[in-house]
Design a protein around this ligand. Structure first.
Ligand SMILES: [Zn+2]
Length: 279
């Protein structure tokens, strides 16, 4: 079986769990040696479960529908430059053609999936982002940790669930808030409590997606105000493009802690992920 055969004839039924035993064997054999199709299957499953779980009987506003259709057209145009197009965009479009009613959340989630799905197959483009004008020591802590943990992350705090990790942080007198990026495709990988070289306690909470990761770094940062050079701000969350990373800086309300989210996501997707998580 090759990729085109798999995608056209098997992918959708595979994601639905509807392949015959013989077909399933064939499909699994292909996936064992094809990373691309395995990623497509993950996307397909994620999309389908989102659609199943989040669609409620509420009308989608016209403006949103128009926005989504435009996004899908862009995605489709990008797909045409690829050898094997991703079916997610077509699938959403097909669903939109039916009398299905959408919530804002389902729509945002579906959009995020479409963007994720199409972007992962695009050729890598070098970042053309401007960096924040100054170096920032706190930011450097966050991105060094991000690089380290993207290679390998080993939790050292109880991380069975967000609630368990949150309680463990609280017992260590560290902020307990755990981001929920699951609607944007990032799952909690776990948490660490460490010390910075100067002895300050620091927590690292790591979230993994199919292609990218997000690290949340928290420590006490005296009374410094937000670094200059912000690209965008959203209810006290301040976003930066910094040395090829996207950062979100938040001064936490209590205890003088800062929370720095770091990722290699494009900044607009980072902003979107934070927006969705705060909803
Ligand atoms: Zn394949």
């Amino acid at each position: 079986m090759n990729c085109v055969e798999y995608i056209e004839n098997f992918l959708s039924a595979h994601a639905d769990g509807e392949l015959s035993p013989a077909d399933l064997l064939d499909a699994e054999q292909h996936l064992r040696q094809c990373l691309g199709c395995r990623a497509k299957l993950d996307d397909e499953r994620a999309l389908k479960s989102l659609l199943r779980e989040h669609i409620e009987m509420r009308a989608m506003p016209d403006a949103m529908r128009r926005q989504l259709l435009e996004a899908l057209d862009r995605a489709a145009a990008e797909e045409e430059t690829q050898s094997a197009g991703h079916p997610a965009a077509h699938q959403v479009r097909r669903l939109l053609g039916r009398p299905v009613l959408w919530t804002g959340l389902a729509l945002a989630a579906a959009l995020a999936i479409v963007f994720v799905s199409t972007r992962r197959f695009l050729p890598h483009r070098p970042p053309v982002e401007a960096s924040a004008p100054t170096r920032d020591a706190d930011f450097d802590v966050a991105i060094a940790a991000f690089d380290r943990f993207q290679r390998e992350f080993e939790p050292n705090m109880p991380s069975d669930s967000p609630a368990v990790l949150s309680a463990a942080y609280a017992r260590a007198r560290m902020p307990g808030f755990i981001w929920n990026f699951s609607a944007s495709g990032f799952n909690l990988a776990g948490g660490r409590l460490d010390r910075l070289p100067d002895g300050r306690k620091v927590t690292y909470t790591f979230y993994r997606g199919a292609r990218n990761s997000i690290l949340c770094t928290r420590f006490k940062a005296g009374n410094a105000s937000a670094p200059a050079g912000q690209a965008e701000a959203l209810n006290g969350h301040i976003f930066y493009r910094y040395r090829g990373y996207s950062l979100c800086y938040t001064r936490m309300p209590d205890g003088g802690f800062v929370c720095i989210l770091a990722s290699r996501l494009p900044l607009d997707r980072m902003v979107k992920a934070v927006k969705v998580a705060l909803r």
